[in-house]
Design a protein around this ligand. Structure first.
Ligand code: PRP
Length: 209
């Protein structure tokens, strides 16, 4: 497994906005989406390409070009992952979208699945899982294992924040998954929230349920 922490001023500034307790839901959603675009940009560096040629407006010699040869499957983990979807689609507009709904049990911290909607055949697909928070790692590992069981050719993950515990779990359960994050925080608190983190991403995005 590889972990890529994106080191860029435009990413760092947006992380600061999300961490700020005074940032309201509308701005939190907007900035989360913008970050998703940057992170998916990084997570898709390895996408296969094919050479092509295009005629420019000058109409003389065709210019050689590079074209993306594979459209990935984006898989937001509901709820909070939904906030990353539109931003991810700006980077890969023709991607397919599957959905996984998980709720983390407050006591056991284990993910409880309540929704899975994926294309029937993902055998030759690259899947990119979207979830703002990689805390204990249980939710991301469950989803990545599901995609691997369904035969996904490659699985990557995009998260806004990660904790070392989640990174370690992913390394042991999903060693083939590449993870791109905006920041790696030092720890989890006793509720398994990332600290210093940004609070409860789902609640800040969509309110308490
Ligand atoms: C949060 C978060 C991740 C998960 C991370 O979701 O959005 O999906 O917890 O925790 P983990 O790494 O320990 O599994 P939550 O269960 O609160 O649901 P929500 O997105 O509906 O708010």
């Amino acid at each position: 497994m590889s972990l890529h922490v994106v080191d860029h001023p435009l990413v760092a500034h947006r992380v600061a906005v999300l961490r700020d307790a005074t940032t309201g839901s509308a701005e939190f959603r907007r900035v989360s989406g913008e970050l998703a675009g940057f992170l998916v940009y990084e997570a898709t560096r390895w996408l296969p390409t094919r050479p092509g040629s295009v005629v420019t407006p000058l109409g003389l010699e065709a210019a050689t070009s590079t074209l993306v040869d594979h459209q990935p499957l984006l898989v937001p983990i509901l709820r909070a992952g939904l906030a990353l979807l539109e931003g991810a689609l700006t980077a890969v507009p023709t991607a397919e979208v599957g959905l996984v709904g998980l709720s983390r049990d407050e006591d056991t911290k284990q993910p409880t699945p309540y929704c899975v909607r994926l294309p029937a055949d993902i055998a030759s697909t690259t899947a990119i899982v979207l979830d703002p928070m990689l805390a204990t790692g249980g939710s991301l590992a469950w989803t990545c294992e599901l995609l691997a069981e369904r035969g996904a050719a490659r699985v990557a993950a995009v998260c806004l924040l990660a904790a070392p515990q989640g990174v370690e779990l992913m390394a042991s359960r999903c060693p083939d998954v590449d993870i791109v994050v905006a920041a790696l925080d030092p720890d989890l608190d006793d509720r398994a929230f990332i600290v210093p983190g940004l609070g409860d991403a789902g609640d800040r995005l969509y309110g308490r349920v």
